[in-house]
Ligand binder design. Structure first.
Ligand SMILES: Nc1nc2c(ncn2[C@@H]2O[C@H](COP(=O)(O)OP(=O)(O)O)[C@@H](O)[C@H]2O)c(=O)[nH]1
Ligand SMILES: [Mg+2]
Ligand SMILES: [Zn+2]
Length: 360
């Protein structure tokens, strides 16, 4: 790469949708080799087709397809299958009415869970994020154990989590007590309380979104993700559930959507996830459970399972009340889940290997 390439500035229309030098510099190299291609960002994944943003001369989303070669390589595990948030190169072939995604650029981060109902497959929810808003409503939705899972997956993705407690208008005076309940679980993550009727409560979130930044909003359906995003965008672009007679919202957002904030930067709306299985999240668990992991580092045995081993610092901390039993129980449960997952994965690989080549 020459100096002049390094100096080529990021076009404003791409900075608006979150482009940083992480992807701009690889793109400049790519563009030199493939001059007929354009850089774009995946805004919506319809499985067989995609909407992308950022193409020259387009203010909004453009419908494109995935090149068959890319799909084939992705199936074999040689390439990434595009997901929302990905930076991709798009090519328009002469005589074709639709453009094709032909390359997915390496991701700087990705939020991955185990695919619902299947132990052996992963699912990437969104790519190239700087921050995730883990949203939970203070009414019936509040569940510290689910919060722990979200935080674990965020830390594993190396994406900073911010916890959003929504609908605080429903709780009145009880917010402080809920925060007390929350803090041991959220650790060093910031907590922001919101109420959709008080716009001032949304300002701290608005300040987290800026040009070059990509923020995803995660949480169960009905917690108010689309409502928040509409208010931040100043539009009614995202469909919001009608309140049911029992006061709960209904699931309405069905796709992950990347939207552009008025001041630049993007926010990704997601449908609620009913299952939040961990996928290779050893690091994430240790960060989300820093309180337990710190104590565990003093156990006598390196491979202590923190159950009946002599010299177990976790059990000692439990006895004197220095760790909360719920936290330790969650930690052990998630560690166990990861160990089982690892076991199944290894078994799966072995079966595939041993049957390989023997079939006629
Ligand atoms: N009381 C109250 N209701 C809210 C708040 N935010 C959203 N809602 C309501 O919760 C329901 C679900 O909202 P929606 O944005 O569709 O949730 P999503 O499924 O997470 O996208 C709607 O009826 C909203 O009006 C809030 O701060 N307070
Ligand atoms: Mg929604
Ligand atoms: Zn131990």
């Amino acid at each position: 790469m020459t100096d002049s390439d390094n100096e080529a500035p990021i076009p404003p229309r791409l900075a608006q949708i979150g482009l940083t030098s992480d992807h701009w510099l690889p793109w400049l190299v790519h563009a030199r080799l493939h001059p007929q291609t354009e850089l774009a960002r995946v805004a919506k994944d319809l499985r067989s087709q995609y909407y992308v943003r950022g193409l020259e001369g387009e203010n909004d989303e453009t419908l494109v397809e995935c090149a068959p070669e890319l799909l084939r390589d992705a199936r074999k595990g040689h390439a990434l299958r595009p997901v929302v948030g990905d930076w991709v190169s798009v090519v328009k072939l002469t005589g074709q009415s639709i453009a094709f995604i032909e390359t997915v650029f390496p991701r700087r981060s990705q939020f991955v869970r185990r695919r619902a109902g299947q132990a052996l497959r992963e699912q990437t929810i969104a790519a190239n994020l700087d921050l995730v808003l883990v949203m939970t409503a203070v009414d019936g939705d509040f569940n510290p154990r689910r919060l722990e899972r979200y935080l674990t997956l965020a830390y594993e993705a190396q994406v900073e989590p911010v916890v959003v407690l929504s609908k605080v208008d429903l709780l009145g005076e009880g917010v402080e007590a809920l925060l007390e309940l929350c803090r041991p679980v959220t650790g060093s993550a910031r907590i922001i309380c919101t109420n959709h009727q008080d716009l001032a409560t949304l300002l701290p979130i608005r300040d987290l979104i800026a040009p070059g930044r990509s923020v995803a909003c995660l949480g169960s359906s009905g917690v108010g993700k689309s409502t928040l995003i509409n208010l931040l965008l100043g539009t009614t672009r995202q469909h919001v559930a009608q309140v049911r007679k029992d006061g709960k919202g209904r699931h309405t957002t069905t796709t992950r959507d990347l939207l552009v904030a008025p001041g630049g930067g993007v926010i990704i709306d997601t449908p609620g996830m009913r299952e939040l299985g961990l996928w290779e999240a050893e690091t994430g668990v240790r960060e989300a459970f820093a309180d337990v992991a710190n104590v565990a580092s003093s156990c006598r045995f390196l491979d202590c399972k923190h159950r009946l081993e002599p010299g177990c610092a976790v059990q000692s901390a439990l006895k004197i009340g220095a760790l909360a039993p719920q936290r330790v129980a969650s930690f052990l449960k998630l560690e166990q889940e990861l160990a089982e997952h690892e076991e199944v994965n290894r078994g799966g690989r072995k079966n595939r290997e041993s049957s390989g080549g023997r079939r006629r």
